[in-house]
Design a protein around this ligand. Structure first.
Ligand SMILES: Cc1cc2nc3c(=O)[nH]c(=O)nc-3n(C[C@H](O)[C@H](O)[C@H](O)COP(=O)(O)OP(=O)(O)OC[C@H]3O[C@@H](n4cnc5c(N)ncnc54)[C@H](O)[C@@H]3O)c2cc1C
Length: 487
């Protein structure tokens, strides 16, 4: 108790003891919203994968932009590190504090209001702590669609989705979060509020500053509010599971469906048959169609229409694919319930893998035409190095994004050989000019590889942006960039 909170750049900082810091935080957000007891803070200090653990002075829960601003001003004056956190579903440890115990964790969870839906402008204005699923529901109640969707949507929040530029299952049609954000409000590291809350689809007045904060993983500012795009609610959607012999056939099926369905193609996911079987074996609530073993890979295809075409267009498309011997077997969903059941399989793969344990996550992005060669080369490299690898490969093929996860039998071997596995996978990614993070970000997990693989000039520009916006280096230290960028 009473220890001095360390300062980053000593000169302009106000030295403050822990108790005084807690008092001043309580003055801003109320004592009930400054959590310090071990049991109250425990859930905030460990990431979703249970890999990263941290410590904090306190978890602080502001209820408004003004409170975030005053908390940040206090942090700025005292040089106190701040870790913004929303739903805490990051898969790369980006919202978990370090072990120093010097930071405050700023939880946006009380800022959970949807402020407005504008049906004419097709926009929704909402606070950063709104859970993604709630945003989808509010849009649906207004007969609109907010298309961002992924397995953690019941917990992940808008602020976190924006800070990580989340992708998910409908990127093919609607784009990543970056494409969905029109306006943003951000509290800067010194507490000033940068108001860019405009619902404009066209605005060519200089640099598009909001883009800097999208995917910045809490290192440049605290996102407090946003204006996001809405779309017409589809009146009909058609879903199928199509079994194919290999990844090259899946890519050719994607091309065929794109040509036949045009913009109606909403989702095109790829899954290894064994990922599906594993869901059937480990997740009681999800049932898997019989006969999945008929093909080693399966594509989950979804088309959606604002006006019901009357007949299921997937029937003719898949017939064509059968004739071309692209598809080995297929299941068509005959109802919304069956369609949801297909999606439940896809979305349960991470939980099924977690159930088995020992899976090393790789979230890679490649040009779609390079994916078959990438999978072949990476698997050949891994199999040559290790005879025990047990890959779990699935992902958003339509976006060129694979979750190229590597497990092992027995389960501990993959993590014991983490560096070797990542080196083989990332070498293949690099050879195809791909990216080591398609949608989960860098956080703590991938920082070393990111710093090693990103070009020196790209890193230099990123570091100068960090220094300009967070000169005292108080925002989310230990994530993304080098520790000494602001020293
Ligand atoms: C089962 C599962 C499936 C997933 N599937 C997908 C998927 O298909 N596609 C995909 O893109 N992602 C997926 N994810 C990861 C997902 O991107 C992130 O979990 C999510 O976007 C983060 O939202 P969050 O609210 O949980 O943020 P958090 O985990 O709380 O934070 C994530 C990062 O954002 C920062 N941050 C949070 N809130 C703010 C804020 N208000 N201002 C500034 N910075 C902030 C944090 O500091 C941290 O760096 C999945 C995760 C899980 C657990």
């Amino acid at each position: 108790m009473g220890q001095t909170v360390q300062a980053g750049s000593a000169s302009a900082l106000r030295a403050i003891g822990r108790e005084q810091l807690l008092r001043e935080l309580s003055d801003i957000v109320g004592e009930a919203n400054v959590l310090v007891s071990e049991s109250d803070v425990a859930g905030y200090l460990v990431d979703w994968t249970d890999r990263f653990h941290g410590r904090v002075v306190a978890v602080v829960r502001p209820a408004s932009t003004d409170e975030v601003s005053r908390v940040m001003r206090l942090a700025w004056e005292t040089g106190t590190p701040v870790v913004p956190q929303s739903g805490n579903t990051s898969l790369v440890g980006s919202g978990t504090p370090d072990a120093s115990g010097r930071a405050i964790l700023l939880s946006l969870s009380r800022m959970n209001r949807v402020e407005a839906v504008d049906a004419i402008n097709d926009t929704m204005t909402l606070e950063a702590g709104v859970v993604l699923e709630k945003a989808q529901e509010v849009a649906r109640e207004a007969s609109r669609l907010f298309p961002l969707s992924f397995a953690a949507e019941g917990t992940a929040c808008i602020g976190g989705c924006i800070a990580t530029n989340a992708g998910g299952t409908a990127v093919l049609r609607y784009g990543n979060t970056r494409e969905l954000v029109l306006g943003l409000e951000v509290v800067l590291s010194d507490g000033r509020v940068l108001n860019m809350m405009r619902g404009l689809r066209k605005d060519n007045t200089g640099y598009d500053l909001k883009q800097l904060f999208i995917s910045s993983e809490g290192t440049l500012g605290v996102i407090t509010r946003a204006v996001v795009k809405l779309f017409a609610l589809p009146q009909a959607s058609y879903t199928a599971l199509a079994g194919v012999a290999d990844v090259a056939s899946a890519a050719r099926l994607l091309e065929l469906v794109k040509n036949a369905a045009g913009p109606a193609l909403t989702g095109f996911e790829l899954m290894q048959a064994k990922c599906i079987s594993r869901v059937g074996e480990t997740i009681d609530a999800v049932s898997v169609p019989e006969g999945i073993e008929a093909a080693p890979w399966w594509c989950l295809v979804e088309l959606s229409y604002s006006r019901d075409p009357g007949v299921n267009p997937l029937e003719a498309i898949l017939e064509n694919a059968f004739e071309r011997e692209l598809v080995l077997d297929a299941f068509l969903a005959n109802s919304v319930k069956e369609s949801r059941a297909f999606w439940a399989i896809r979305e349960s793969i991470p939980s099924a893998d977690a159930h088995v344990g020992g899976n090393l996550h790789n979230d890679v992005s490649l040009e779609i035409s390079d994916i078959p060669a990438f999978v072949e080369e990476a698997l050949a490299g891994l199999n040559a190095a290790y005879d025990w690898i047990d890959p779990s490969i699935f992902g958003h093929l339509g976006d060129g994004n694979l979750h190229f996860n590597i497990g092992s039998t027995p389960a501990h071997l993959a993590f014991e050989n983490e560096e070797g596995i990542r080196e083989i996978v990332y070498r293949c990614v690099e050879a195809h000019n791909g990216s080591i993070s398609a949608e989960h970000g860098i956080g703590q997990l991938k920082r070393g590889h990111f710093l090693a693989l990103k070009s020196p000039l790209e890193l230099e520009v990123m570091e100068s942006i960090k220094r300009a916006l967070d000169p005292r280096g108080i925002l989310n230290p230990g994530k993304l960039l080098r520790d000494d960028v602001c020293a």
